[in-house]
Ligand binder design. Structure first.
Ligand code: PEP
Ligand code: MN
Length: 341
C-alpha cells in the first residue's frame, strides 16, 4: 500500500504513520519528494488496510500499489526520478552518464592506457571487469583481486569512479574496496542471493537485463536490492535473445521509454554486448541516447585485435573522443547533459 501524505503533513505525523505500519509487521519505505512525502508499506495488504491510515492526521490518501514490484514502481515516487550520485557524477533525471573502458582488465598497461584515453575524451566513469562471466568454463575468467588492484590504480590516476562486476558474493569485500558502481551481469540478473547481499552492502548497483528476461523480471530483480534498503539501482538494457542471427543480440530500444513509464530508476544502455561488432556500436549508442537513456556503458580497447575478450565489439581509443561528442549531442536531443566533473 502507498500512503500519500498531505503537503502540509508534519514530521510527527509522518513518524506516527511509520510507527503504525510497524505494528502490523510491514516494512515502511519513505520517499520524501519536493512536494509530498510518500510512504510505501510493504507487507500484508490486508493488515495495512485494517490500520485505517486514511483517517490518520496528515494523510492525504492510501492507494494500493498495483504492480508486483513495489519500490521500483513509478507509482511510489509520484513521477519523480531517482538520481544517483556517484563520486560527483549523476545518473538519472537530466543527467547522462557515459561509462567506458575495457571489457576485461587484462593487464596494468592496457587498463591504464584505456583509462587515461577515456578520461581525456570526457567520460563519467571507467568500466572494466576483474571477474568475468564467460560462456566457456575454459576461457579466461579475469584477473580477480589483481585486476581490482589495477582498477584502483586507474581510479587514483584518473579520478574516474569504477564500474566493475561482482559475480559471487564471496568476493564482495574486495570489490567494495574499489567499485563505486557494482555491476550485476546479465547472467546473474536473477541470482537473488547476490542481489540481496548487494542490497545490504548499500553500494550503487548496475543491474543488467538477463538475455531472455522480461522488463517485469528485471524490475522484480531490482526489487531485491531496493527491499534491503539500497535505493541506488541503475537498470541496464544490453540486448536480448531473438530469432535474429545477423548480430549478437537485439538491442531493445523500446525498453527505454517503457521502463521510463514503469519505474523511477535510471536506465542505461550497453550497445557493445548487444552489437557484438564495432560498426554497430555508434549508431546504437546514438539511438539509445536520443531515445532518452540515462547513460551508455561501452567497451573501449587500445588494441582490440589483442583483446582477450570482446575485441570485435570494442571501440578504438583512436576516434573515441569524436564518438563521445556525438553521443553527447544525441543525449542533448533528449534533454540530458553529460555528467562529468
Ligand atoms: C560485460 O559487461 O562485460 C558483460 C559480460 O556484460 P553482460 O553481462 O551484459 O553480458
Ligand atoms: Mn564484454
Amino acid at each position: 500500500m502507498m500512503i500519500v501524505m498531505k503537503s502540509s503533513a508534519t514530521e510527527a505525523e509522518v513518524q506516527a504513520v511509520l510507527e503504525r505500519i510497524d505494528t502490523v509487521g510491514a516494512r515502511a519505505h519513505i520517499s520524501r519528494g519536493d512536494e509530498v512525502t510518500v510512504i510505501g508499506a510493504i507487507g500484508d495488504r490486508e493488515h495495512v488496510a485494517r490500520l485505517g491510515l486514511e483517517d490518520s492526521p496528515g494523510v492525504d490518501r492510501v492507494v494500493p500499489i498495483l504492480k508486483p514490484y513495489k519500490l521500483s514502481s513509478e507509482q511510489i515516487r509520484h513521477g519523480e526520478r531517482t538520481v544517483i550520485e556517484i563520486d560527483g557524477r549523476r545518473v538519472g533525471g537530466e543527467h547522462f552518464s557515459l561509462i567506458a573502458g575495457p571489457c576485461t582488465v587484462e593487464s596494468r598497461e592496457q587498463t591504464l592506457e584505456t583509462a587515461h584515453a577515456v578520461r581525456e575524451a570526457g567520460v563519467s566513469m571507467l568500466r572494466g571487469g576483474a571477474y568475468k562471466p564467460r560462456t566457456s568454463p575454459y576461457a579466461f575468467h579475469g584477473l580477480g583481486e589483481a585486476g581490482l588492484r589495477i582498477l584502483a590504480e586507474a581510479k587514483e590516476q584518473t579520478g574516474l569512479p569504477i564500474v566493475t562486476e561482482l559475480m559471487d558474493a564471496r568476493d564482495l569485500e574486495p570489490v567494495l574496496e574499489v567499485a563505486d558502481l557494482i555491476q550485476v551481469g546479465a547472467r546473474n540478473m536473477q541470482n537473488y542471493t547476490l542481489l540481496t547481499e548487494l542490497g545490504r552492502a548499500g553500494r550503487p548497483v548496475l543491474l543488467k537485463r538477463g538475455l531472455s528476461s522480461t522488463l517485469e523480471e528485471l524490475l522484480m530483480a531490482a526489487e531485491y536490492v531496493l527491499k534491503e534498503g539500497n535505493p541506488n539501482v541503475v537498470l541496464c538494457e544490453r540486448g536480448i535473445r531473438t530469432f535474429e542471427t545477423a548480430y549478437r543480440f537485439t538491442l531493445d530500444l523500446t525498453a527505454i521509454p517503457v521502463l521510463k513509464e514503469l519505474t523511477h530508476l535510471p536506465v542505461v544502455v550497453d550497445p557493445s554486448h548487444a552489437a557484438g561488432r564495432r560498426s554497430l556500436v555508434e549508431p546504437l549508442s546514438l539511438a539509445a541516447a536520443a531515445a532518452g537513456a540515462d547513460g551508455i556503458i561501452v567497451e573501449v580497447h587500445p588494441r582490440p585485435e589483442e583483446a582477450i575478450c570482446d575485441g570485435p565489439q570494442a571501440l578504438l581509443v583512436d576516434g573515441f573522443a569524436a564518438y563521445v561528442d556525438k553521443v553527447e549531442r544525441a543525449a542533448a536531443v533528449a534533454g540530458k547533459a553529460l555528467s562529468v566533473v
